[in-house]
Design a binder for this molecule. Structure first.
Ligand code: NCD
Length: 307
């Protein structure tokens, strides 16, 4: 099988086809059963650069853990205040510098378009680790892999997307990614946080969408509830945030009405969207997502680095 990721940038999940994603998922299955000494050869002698201009726990650490698990090394800018960015160095020069040291770079930035810009500046491949409210493609890859593993299949899938559908970049990547699998979506958000119309530009014909006021309306027939944090930092006006914060709560009472085998997912961090009592139910998959994230990212890095 030809490796569709070799030497490629990963900026938008829209740049990939269903067979590309299926390739990555097979690779993710395979990497888990490799003996450690074989695994360590996949990125031996290679260096990953992490350039994070926005806070991160999971994405940064899972890329780091993924690279180390396949034998590579990692360098990072995780606190721009300790780099020359603080002295006024522009993004172009910072990226050019990191690119001259590494074989592959991950960038996270508050600006839409920043990852695409990094890919233009860098000679080596660039992975988008979150670009403003635009996209977070590797989150969608691990989300879809989680659904595949925990549900067993991606066919006839019904997904409820709930929370901040306007600013949540993981929502957009997931929507684009799952549009390749004929998914049905139920969208639930306050009117102020409705999904942006441009989301449907090239996927309109591939998905079915319905809008709902609350999760109760759909909880008995969806296979996945994907909750997101209200993205406080992306609100132009804090008063607007105050109006919508705490709009949704997933708790055990709600889950008692759910379809059997419902997966409750969240890219994390959560604030108040999912009650902690849900954590110990078999429906809770958000900490499993973090596990799968490391695996999918190690498969992705290895596919980019090796033909
Ligand atoms: C998300 C992000 O940064 O977009 N987190 C993540 O990468 N898992 C979600 C969020 O910040 O709410």
């Amino acid at each position: 099988m030809v490796n569709p990721f070799f030497n490629k940038d990963v900026i938008s999940i829209r740049d990939f086809s269903r067979s590309d994603l299926d390739y990555l998922f097979l690779k993710s299955d395979a990497i888990q059963i490799l003996p450690v000494e074989e695994k360590k050869k996949l990125a031996f002698g290679k260096l990953l650069g992490l350039t994070f201009f926005e806070p991160s726990t999971r994405t940064r650490l899972s890329f780091e853990a993924a690279m180390l698990s396949i034998g590579g090394d990692v360098i990072s800018i995780t606190e721009p205040r300790t780099s020359s960015v603080e002295k006024g160095e522009n993004l172009h020069d910072t990226l050019k510098t990191v690119d001259s040291y590494v074989d592959l770079m991950v960038i996270r930035h508050r600006m839409e378009g920043a990852a695409r810009f990094a890919a233009e500046v860098a000679d080596n491949p660039v992975i988008n680790g979150g670009s403003g409210a635009e996209e977070h493609p590797t989150q969608a890859m691990l989300d879809i892999y989680t659904i595949l593993k925990e549900r067993g299949s991606l066919s006839n899938l019904k997904v409820a997307l709930v929370g901040d559908l306007k600013y949540g970049r993981t929502v957009y990547s997931l929507l684009y990614g799952l549009s390749l699998y004929n998914t049905e979506f139920a969208l639930i958000s306050p009117p102020e946080l409705k999904i942006r119309d441009d989301a449907f530009l090239d996927i309109d014909s591939k998905i079915r969408i319905s809008y709902h006021k609350n999760l109760e309306e759909v909880i008995d027939h969806v296979d996945v509830v994907y909750a997101t944090r209200i993205q406080k930092e992306r609100f132009p006006d804090p008063v607007e945030y105050e109006k919508v914060k705490g709009s949704y709560l997933i708790d055990n009472l709600l889950l008692s009405k759910a379809k059997k085998g419902l997966l409750v997912m969240h890219p994390l961090p959560r604030t108040s969207e999912i009650s902690h009592e849900v954590d110990s139910t078999p429906n809770a998959k958000y900490f499993l997502q973090t596990r799968y994230g490391k695996i999918v990212r190690s498969a992705l890095i290895s596919s980019i680095l090796n033909e």
